[in-house]
Design a protein around this ligand. Structure first.
Ligand code: COA
Length: 414
């Protein structure tokens, strides 16, 4: 019997505050069109120190469990993908296990590889379940991060924060993965990193875009070769292999990146299938192709900004929230990229109950209930000491970091 494994449900947690990029542009003396059209970002999530990586992850996990009536005893693995952990040794996942009251009999760990860590965790969970070793148990994979480049840096408009928690099981109501098709491309490069002791990342921004596109070409071609071998896609000039996917979600450090990525993906197909790049055809078809296959995945990301490990999965959530009904039973592609670098292109089929299932995440409410802050308030929040959170009670169902006692981080639940 063919094993079906994938994402059963998801939940999203965001900080309470959002900054509109047109406000930031005006304050920085930049044409707002640069941020909104040039980078594709409308808003970015802003944290206060009480909303740290653990608090966001634990809030997302609690939402996932409550909204889907998950029996905690059915979970056998909890992995957090993060590049903004809170301890050199103790993983974020361990804090989340405690906060969410998860049982003792489970594998609990973090995965770090820039924005790719969550995907490594997701694939470990999928393959653990598919192998039969999980013995019927599910996994919870959380991507939680705070993307912070600093005030008045080039990366400033590409910040953000948030967590996406996913229930992975043999009931893939949202997304059943195509096992064994994953294409990978990784290399040791210095495009983005965060040396020990630094709160802000070091980034060679334009080089990181080149590294991303190079990795995409490699991972996509690897996936396409496997998909062709299994006759999942065909090589045809009339419908390029990538056009045979109903939608494609890309890792989006900023939403314009999805445009660059989609153009590169199509170029791989046009070069390889036609033997040469057909510029006239691309000019005719690229906008329609982007609108049909990619635009839906940017609906949430453009209002949250970069959330590092969770960006691809926030895009996936946005894609389903914007149009799951049209995607039911159809194959989609997802591309994960983490600087440094590691990347993976994978595909799967959207579940038949995906439209009802994604409603349980209440994504419009999660995104709509945030408060718009001024640039002055954003700058004040950015200047707060990371270990001295303001004394604010956690919202119902949410967690907050409350401070450090005896070197131990403490959290309160609302
Ligand atoms: N109206 C419309 N578009 C405008 C504009 C205006 N007035 N001014 C500039 N733009 C466009 C530029 O043409 C460019 O688009 P393009 O890349 O399609 O050509 C875009 O806005 C960004 O302008 P650019 O000058 O390249 O911005 P920048 O040098 O300030 O930096 C990043 C942009 C993304 C490199 C920077 O924000 C960064 O380092 N971010 C963090 C790293 C990152 O996210 N890396 C991604 C890979 S993981």
């Amino acid at each position: 019997m063919k094993t079906s494994v994938g994402i059963e449900a998801l939940a999203v947690a965001l900080p309470r505050h959002t900054l509109h990029l047109e406000d930031l542009a005006r304050a920085r003396g930049v044409d707002p069109a640069k941020y909104i059209a040039g980078l594709g970002v409308r808003e970015m999530a802003v944290t206060d120190p009480g909303e740290d990586t653990v608090a966001l992850a634990a809030t997302a996990v609690r939402r996932l469990i409550d909204s889907n009536d998950v029996d905690p005893a059915s979970i056998g693995m909890l992995a957090v993908g993060t590049e903004t952990g809170v301890d050199h040794s103790k993983p974020v996942a361990s804090y989340v296990q405690g906060a969410a009251g998860l049982p003792r009999h489970m594998r609990v760990f973090d995965v770090q590889h820039a924005c790719y860590g969550g995907t490594a965790g997701l694939m470990a969970a999928i393959e653990w379940i598919a192998s039969g070793v999980a013995g019927g148990k599910s996994a919870v994979i959380v991507c939680s991060d705070i993307a912070r480049y600093g005030v008045k840096t080039a990366g400033e408009p590409t910040q953000g924060a948030g967590a996406v928690a996913m229930l992975v099981s043999s009931r893939p109501e949202l997304f059943a993965i195509d096992l064994g098709l994953n294409g990978t491309s990784s290399a040791h490069v210095f495009d983005f990193w965060r040396p020990l002791g630094r709160r802000e990342a070091v980034v060679d921004g334009h080089y990181s875009i080149d590294c991303y596109l190079e990795a995409l070409s490699g991972a996509y071609r690897d996936w396409r070769g496997r998909a062709e071998a299994k006759e999942i896609v065909r090589r045809a000039a009339s419908a390029l292999p990538s056009e045979q996917l109903a939608a494609i979600g890309y890792h989006v450090p900023f939403c314009k990146m999805a445009k660059k990525a989609h153009a590169r993906l199509r170029r791989c197909d046009l070069d390889d299938v036609l033997g040469a790049f057909d510029e006239a055809r691309e000019e005719r078809e690229s906008a329609t192709s982007f609108e049909r296959q990619v635009a839906g995945s940017l609906t949430l990301c453009s209002r949250v900004g970069n959330i590092y490990t969770g960006s691809l999965y926030l895009g996936f959530a946005g894609m389903l929230n914007a149009g799951a009904a049209a995607l039911v039973g159809k194959r989609i592609g997802l591309f994960s990229y983490g600087s440094g670098c590691a990347s993976e292109f994978f595909s799967g089929v959207v579940g038949k109950n995906a439209a009802e299932q994604i409603q349980r995440a209440h994504l419009d409410e999660v995104i709509g209930s945030r408060e718009r802050v001024t640039v002055e308030e954003y700058e004040r929040l950015m200047a707060l000491q990371p270990d001295a959170p303001p004394d604010i009670p956690p919202a119902p169902g949410a967690f907050r970091f409350t401070g450090v006692k005896d070197h131990r981080r403490e959290y309160a639940a609302g």
